[in-house]
Design a protein around this ligand. Structure first.
Ligand code: NAP
Length: 253
């Protein structure tokens, strides 16, 4: 038996339209999972991620939900937790970043980043994870960050939210490990997506980041796929409450 096989499983991936989430959905589909993709602007039909999943021979459902709207998040949580076909894997990945020095960081940016990157993640995990606890099985994977461990530069709201994600991962794992629900997180390093475009376009910051990555290159969204499949699979059945860096060696330096 292949312990990484996800055939027959149903995975929800938030932030699935592009970047890391799209690569996570693709990797899970190639491991056998059917996918429900969620994002703020995901097309009803014909999205790039839908094509990826269909190419892997799996089913795809699109849900559009704006995590900046707490009511929309609650409705999504209720929908996902109440389905006849239960969700086996929840990948809580959607996220945004707002860059400004701490002294100029606006209330609006702080509130938005905390809502999208932390509060929405909790509301979804509470509902879908609660249903998993009732069934006695399930996998939850958060997308954390290097800034779950470090302070970052000009992103205090983002760092607070991602540090919160690390704490939430531990808190939920403590409660739900006895019920055979695995809660873990992946901390991507510097990955080339829209989220980091401003850094790559800043020649000074871009060069200093690249110089510090032991692997000698920025990460590609595909680099996150293997860890996602692992944490979603039976191979990770005794892994609870960890934040797994996939960072080209950044944190070890
Ligand atoms: P990205 O390319 O900008 O993609 C972000 C995804 O999140 C998009 O699909 C987007 O939806 C969705 N999203 C953003 N705001 C949303 C909202 N209000 N409601 C619902 N969905 C929303 O960024 P990424 O780099 O792949 O980031 C994915 C996750 O990885 C984030 O949690 C990010 O913090 C984390 N991360 C990224 C890096 C990196 O180096 N890139 C490093 C560490 C952690 P739409 O496409 O519909 O707008």
């Amino acid at each position: 038996m292949n312990p990484f096989d996800l055939t027959g499983k149903l995975a929800v991936v938030t932030g699935a339209k592009r970047g890391i989430g799209r690569a996570m959905a693709r990797a899970l589909a190639h491991a056998g999972a059917d996918i429900i993709g969620v994002s703020a602007t995901l097309e009803r039909h014909g999205s790039a991620v839908e094509k990826d999943v269909f190419a892997a021979g799996r089913s795809f459902e699109s849900i559009r939900a704006d995590f900046a709207d707490p009511g929309a998040v609650r409705a999504l949580a209720q929908d996902l937790a109440g389905r006849e076909r239960p969700v086996d894997i929840l990948v809580n990945n959607a996220g945004i970043i707002r860059r400004a020095p701490a002294a100029e960081h606006s209330d609006a940016d702080w509130d938005l980043v905390i809502q999208v990157n932390l509060s929405a993640q909790f509301v979804l995990a509470r509902a879908v994870g609660g249903a998993m606890v009732t069934r006695g099985q399930g996998k939850i994977i958060f997308t954390a960050s290097l800034l779950s461990f470090q302070g970052g530069i000009n992103v205090p709201g983002y760092t607070a939210a991602k540090s919160g994600i690390a704490g939430l991962t531990s808190a939920l794992a403590n409660e739900w490990a006895p019920r055979s629900v695995n809660v873990n997180a992946i901390a991507p390093g510097y990955i080339a997506t829209d989220n980091t475009q401003a850094l790559r376009e800043d020649s000074v910051r871009g060069a200093s980041i690249l110089e510090r990555i032991p692997a000698g290159r920025w990460g590609d969204p595909e680099d996150i796929g293997g860890a996602t499949v692992f944490l979603a699979s039976e191979a990770a059945r005794y892994v609870h409450g960890t934040v797994l860096p996939v960072d080209g060696g950044w944190l070890g330096r």
